[in-house]
Design a protein around this ligand. Sequence first.
Ligand code: ZN
Length: 68
Amino acid sequence: MPKKCVICEETAQFCVKDTSDFYCKGCAEENFGDLTLLLAIEDQAKELKKVIDDSLDDTHTTDDRQDE
Ligand SMILES: [Zn+2]
């Protein structure tokens, strides 16, 4: 389930650390000017997916990647 930008409701790519505020790239740049203040959601998702993939590796052999 992709997160949505709190401003424009586009798919969010960043979140503010320790909050549940999510922003797309455009709104993040506009509001913060510095994306290093934000966490990239995609990186978190990839990390999580990697962990899940590793643990499911034995039972799931199909390669049905989803681009989000
Ligand atoms: Zn936005």
